[in-house]
Every structure is written in C-alpha cells, then in structure tokens.
Design a protein. Structure first.
Length: 255
C-alpha cells in the first residue's frame, strides 16, 4: 500500500499539495492520499481516494498502517516521533524536501533543493516530480511577447500586485496573464489594466505554459515544470531555501 501525506495552507502554500497530487495520479488505485482540512483542495481531488487528517492529533498515523506500507511525506516539516512511529511498525518512509527532524531519519529523501544534505538523499533532476504534458507543448522561446505570473496557490506574502505594478512601470507592450491561486487574497485588490488578464484557480497550470514566453513565479516546483517545457522563468524567492533553487536554475540557464 502507498500512502501520500501532504499539507496545504495560506502560510505554507499549495506546492506540496499539487506535487503530491501529481504523484498520487501515477499510482491512483494503489494510493491513499492524506490531506489536512482545507476546502479549497477538495475540488482537485476528483477520482483520488483521500482522507482528511488532523495532523495535531496524537498517533493519528496508526489507523493507516498496514503490512508492506510505503509512506511518502510531502509536508515540509515532519517530526522525529512521527517517522520513528512509522519505522517501528516496519513502514518504509520517504520524505520530499523535508526540513524537519523527521526528514533526517527517513529511509529515503528526495531533495529538489540540491543544497539539502541528508542521509539517503536522492538529488538528481530525473527524480523531480513534474506534470506530464504533450510533447507538442514543448518549444524553445526566442522572444518575449507574453508573460504569465503565478506566485503560487497562496501567494503568502501578497507579492503579485507588487510584481504587476513593477512591470507596468516599465511601459512594456506585453500581454500579461495573472494566475490567481485558490488560497490567495488577490481577488479583493485586483489591478485593472487593458494589458492584464486574470485566471482564477486553474486546475492545470502546466497546460497553460505553452501559451507564454516567460513565467514569473516562486522558487518551488513551478519553475522546474516550466523548464521542462522550454519556458524560461524569472524566479522570486518567497522563502530562503528558494534562493538556492533560483541559483540552481540560473546555472542550468533556464532562469
């Protein structure tokens, strides 16, 4: 049995949730998807077997443990006791970009951020969990006529309008589309301009990338998905660890 445990909120954003969802869709029938209580996530879980979990409840994990279980944590910060509880019951624990004490003792770590150093870490690009798209959507950009802006499902620090104002101040004749995530507060403070178009709570952001020449985004999974489609990114680091992601993408000459 495969269990994928993830978390989404305005503070942490929705990147972990969407990455876990992409992974769950690959194994679908064999997977149980665990998510914290968040109504805005439910509409994305069609045809996914899932349960809502209170991660603060003591020993919440026990009811899900079965023989031959592989448990994947994509929650940013798991604790030591959680992982020990699983391992003591012969569960093979996998962590993805886990900065917590639990990530340090997991059986296997997948680290998107190449500067994370942990035991049993797999950091190669081929292990990135990316959205599959039609090969016809992959092409090399040679000039910029259109820009897509997405500061995540939550835009925790409300940066979207700051970015829009900066671009408008440059007086560039560009088509701009702003993708507003489910957890953002932007809908209350929209900037109206003839060159700006808004799309709200798009279910498949990766399928939109082929229509643009540049993406302005955070330093999570999104710029990697963009790079896999030939779309260059301008990364705005929302968190300290995203600075390393931005530098890594710059080395690859895709950002």
């Amino acid at each position: 049995m495969l269990i994928i445990s993830t978390f989404s909120s305005h503070k942490i954003g929705m990147g972990h949730f969407f990455r876990s969802l992409n992974l769950a869709r690959q194994f679908n029938k064999k997977t149980l998807f665990l998510i914290n209580k968040n109504k805005k996530c439910v509409k994305f879980l069609k045809n996914i077997k899932y349960e809502v979990v209170d991660y603060k409840k003591k020993n919440w994990e026990i009811k899900y443990i079965k023989k031959k279980t592989i448990w994947i944590n994509d929650r940013l910060n798991t604790n030591l006791n959680h992982v020990k509880l699983l391992q003591n019951r012969d569960v093979f624990v996998v962590s993805i970009d886990d900065n917590g004490s639990g990530g340090k003792i997991s059986n296997l770590n997948f680290a998107q951020n190449i500067n994370i150093t942990k035991i049993n870490s797999a950091k190669k690009r081929k292990f990135l969990i990316l959205k599959k798209v039609n090969s016809k959507r992959i092409w090399v950009r040679k000039k910029i006529n259109s820009i897509m802006i997405t500061l995540g499902g939550a835009d925790t620090y409300n940066l979207t309008n700051k970015v829009i104002k900066k671009i408008l101040s440059l007086n560039l004749n560009l088509k701009i589309t702003v993708f507003v995530g489910p957890e953002t507060n932007l809908s209350k403070n929209i900037i109206i301009n003839k060159n700006i178009h808004y799309k709200f709570s798009v279910k498949n952001l990766e399928n939109q990338m082929c229509f643009y020449d540049l993406i302005i985004c955070g330093g999570g999974v999104t710029p990697f998905n963009a790079a896999s489609q030939g779309l260059p990114s301008f990364v705005i680091a929302n968190e300290k660890h995203e600075i390393n992601t931005a530098k890594y993408l710059q080395k690859l000459k895709v950002s």
